[in-house]
Design a protein around this ligand. Sequence first.
Ligand SMILES: [Zn+2]
Length: 368
Amino acid sequence: MFNKNNIGWFAHPQFMDRAKVFEKKYQMINCIMGDEPAFRKQKVNGRYGDHCLFCGKNFPEVSFNNGPHLLSRMVGSKLYSNFECDDCNTRFSKLETDLSSYLGLGRSMTGLHGERKVPGFPGIGIEAKSFTFKGKKMSVIHKEDAERNIETGETKLKYGKPSYTPANVYRLLVKWGLAILPNDEVRLNYKKTLFFLRNDKVLKGSHISVYRYPLTVTMPLHAYIFKKKKTSDKVPTHAVSFNFDNFIITLPLLLHNDDMDFYDGTIDMPLAPPYFIGGNDMGPLMATTTIEDLSSPVKLRNEPEEMTMQFNKSDLEKGSMYNPLTGEESSGYNPVGSKYMIATEHGVSFTKEELKELVTVIEEKFAE
Ligand SMILES: [Zn+2]
């Protein structure tokens, strides 16, 4: 999707107005690609670091054996840090379950097109499992009562997310943000944010903005750092954006030393548009955008979510149906009574014999 020779970044055309307002206050100071050489896994003196940015402790009081990811591996990070001790690493890793539940079922679909193992998803009233069949990656969603509109080609999946704590999701995103800033900047100016990360305090204003692109989009993980242009502006000094899968998540980093004198008032934070590296094909794709408050330390249970899949109507009309159990064939599209939705990579096909076997495999997988 990306052509790295085409240097430069641009705001998504759908959000040019947003870009104008945002760029009055902020400028991009760094873009971290998923294969940044500065963040290679590297042992020095037999360990991955000496000093922990997050708890402030040093070797040998804390150990550095884990080789921690700079950003979480679950979003495709191949970057490593040398400033996160094993204790902090264990603590932050626990927050990843919250993030995975929060991000929802879509990752089981987007993951199909990447090189990573596709994650399953244990939702409420829905379940996704991913596996390889005849050497082909697939994601299977089990949903008994999907709403299908044959007229529009839309399929709606309503389900509940597994339990998660919004504040934990927020903490992990803040940790990612601090990890990509220069260490000295964090040590010097983000002491209060580090304190927040180590404690269970509620942080007012724990808001993020989220762009969700269609599930066919799978961006490789990369991150942007924005800094305000004028120190006198009453907006947070830094904001960070993380692009991965079909998501772009942006958040201001709160509690910078220079920003403390205006936190009592209302902060008029301009929304960052989605930014992309030049030379990609994202231009015509439309995103939905939301602002989400992740300040709650209370576990959310069964949070309702709806995923809509849009199929091309004329493709559906050209479709045919095959019952692997009876061998019966008919033309057209009639999903009444279907239990599973199977997604594969593009251009994958199966013979009738293979389909028969696949049905058995799927029934077995979901009976486990
Ligand atoms: Zn630590």
